[in-house]
Write a protein that binds this ligand. Structure first.
Ligand SMILES: [Cu+2]
Length: 143
């Protein structure tokens, strides 16, 4: 059965190549790796998923896709920080990405990397006018 042996050897080789490529592309992989979480923004003023769980101390890379036709943002913070950001956004919309927040134009995808440093609930909210009050938020439970 020399053919089967050859194919399985090839399979293992490809697998090893794929693994080393993956670890090479994420420099923070030493502490257990960075988990990517896909989040979709919709014009129904929702994030999908609407609820996620992360481990305390975990670094997550949100891959945020705007599937709608209007601009959305994703701002990470406590309930209180969401309230003050909401007030700021009413005065002046976000014009550049911040450490805790990104805006995503229709059809685009952006990433936001964040390390969750304490247990509890963190909110990701969209503060385009009217979106947050309409419930455009993602609840992140950190434990
Ligand atoms: Cu929005």
């Amino acid at each position: 059965m020399p053919r089967i042996t050859l194919f399985s050897a090839l399979g293992v080789g490809l697998l090893l190549a794929a693994c080393s490529a993956a670890s090479g592309s994420s420099p923070s992989a030493t502490t257990g790796g960075v988990r990517q979480i896909n989040v979709t923004m919709t014009d129904a003023l929702r994030f999908e998923p609407a609820r996620i769980r992360v481990r305390n101390g975990e670094t997550v890379e949100f891959v945020v896709q705007n599937a709608g036709k209007i601009r959305h943002e994703l701002f990470l913070g406590s309930e209180a920080e969401q309230a003050s950001h909401e007030a700021e956004m009413r005065r002046m919309p976000m014009t550049q990405d911040e450490r805790n927040g990104i805006f995503v134009e229709p059809g685009k995808t952006k990433t936001l990397r964040h390390t969750f440093g304490s247990a509890g609930t963190v909110i990701a909210g969209c503060h385009e006018v009217g979106h947050y009050p309409a419930g455009m938020k993602l609840e992140i439970s950190v434990s």
